[in-house]
Design a protein around this ligand. Structure first.
Ligand SMILES: Cc1ncc(COP(=O)(O)O)c(C=O)c1O
Length: 385
């Protein structure tokens, strides 16, 4: 046996299933477009929902902080401490979230793994929505807790599981959900989850990755009654980094036990600058939010009228179901030939026969972009009829 055989076989199995992934490069452009291989594409694959990634105010604040505080912090915050700008940003987050305390973390992925794994132990139980993001699932597995997955957005199923396990002794009980689901773009009944959490003595954790900047109170998310809210700045926030907001008690706990905070060099001052500017801008982005959501409604309705199966909702994430993986790839290729970039999502990310094209919009897209996209889908539909 050669020492790399295992890995070669694993990649080969991806190639055999037509599922091999690869990295490629692009150049970001304004107006929701990117350049790849010399072509300009309408980008319907990004989570830069508000089109802030090229915003000069975010870039300038990032540069200002980098010039003043350096391009790296050199250590975990628990080792050297952190420049004052970290605490200023955390206070802004807490004010917007109307929660006691917040901590910035290095990415949504790290935040989820660190927060969820630190909340539970082998003696805990985690109730997790079936479609929760990989980072939430990994955090749950890492904790060693008993994990019960409830059917996507089925709070009857969640209640059944809570009922079944209510007489067992656990050191902590945790319910984890996303507030806007990354793949389906839909929203759970967060009020009902909060009620169930109270009734069954659970900690309620909500991941606001796809709501931050777009929805909810102060545009920082929907989950008003969650005990612990996690969000990322890498999507609607236009830059990078994440946060967890919580009570004073849980803040003390995370500072002492959240390993992705403790054992990782903190975000760079550039990132803190971009986050700081985003938090200042977020209240005044109504024109961007309404363009984004109007375009989402136009595209969703238009696709339905053309006969495509689209998961219902009102968010900027529009999944077009194709059934088979082959159809998803074919549709995505067709769109690419017409200079629209979209992501085919297929197993193992989604269950068999639930493959789809995930379209995600940005406030940088115009009404003409939506009309053009619909005309391409129309052409595809007629061609395949
Ligand atoms: C629901 C959800 N949570 C967390 C993450 C990870 O966030 P980040 O990209 O900041 O690591 C993602 C990324 O796609 C996500 O969809």
């Amino acid at each position: 046996m050669e020492k790399f055989d295992f890995y070669i076989r694993k990649v080969q199995s991806r190639i055999n299933k037509n599922q091999k992934r690869a990295l490629d490069s692009y150049l970001p452009l304004n107006n929701g477009r990117i350049e790849k291989d010399g072509n300009i594409y309408l980008n319907l694959s990004s989570n830069d929902y508000l089109g802030l990634s090229l915003n000069p105010i975010l870039i300038e604040r990032g540069c200002e902080y980098a010039r003043k505080y350096g391009c790296g912090t050199g250590a975990s915050r628990l080792v050297t401490g952190s420049p004052e700008i970290f605490f200023e940003v955390e206070e802004k987050i807490s004010n917007l979230k109307k929660m006691d305390k917040s901590i910035v973390l290095n990415s949504g992925y790290q935040a989820n793994i660190g927060v969820v794994s630190s909340l539970a132990s082998r003696k805990s139980i985690i109730y997790s929505d079936y479609l929760n993001h990989n980072s939430l699932v990994r955090g749950a597995i890492l904790s060693g807790a008993e994990i019960k997955r409830f059917r996507h957005n089925s709070l009857d199923h969640l209640e059944e599981l809570l009922q079944e396990t209510k007489d067992k002794k656990y050191s902590s009980k945790i319910i984890v959900t996303e507030s806007v689901f990354s793949m389906d773009g839909d929203i759970p009944d967060l009020e009902k989850i909060a009620d169930l959490s109270e009734e069954y003595g659970c900690i309620f954790v909500a991941d606001e990755a796809h709501a931050t900047g777009v929805f909810g109170d102060n545009h920082m998310g929907f989950a008003k009654r969650a005990d612990i809210v996690i969000g990322t700045f890498g999507k609607g926030g236009g830059s990078f980094g994440a946060y967890v907001s919580c009570s004073e008690t849980m803040y003390e706990y995370f500072v002492n036990f959240c390993e992705s905070l403790i054992f990782s060099t903190s975000l760079s001052p550039f990132n803190i600058g971009a986050i700081s500017a985003f938090l200042d801008l977020v209240p005044d982005l109504d024109d961007k939010r309404s363009r984004l959501l109007n375009n989402a409604a136009l595209l969703r309705d238009g696709l339905k009228n053309l006969g495509f199966e689209v998961i219902d909702g009102f968010t900027q994430i529009i999944p077009v179901l194709t059934g088979s993986e082959k159809n998803a790839i074919e549709l995505s290729m067709f769109l690419k030939e017409r200079k629209i970039l979209s992501v085919p999502i297929r197993p193992p990310t989604v269950p068999e026969n639930m493959s789809r094209i995930r379209l995600s919009l940005s406030a940088s897209h115009s009404k003409n972009d939506i009309d053009y996209t619909l005309s391409v889908f129309d052409e595809y539909q007629k061609r395949s009829a």
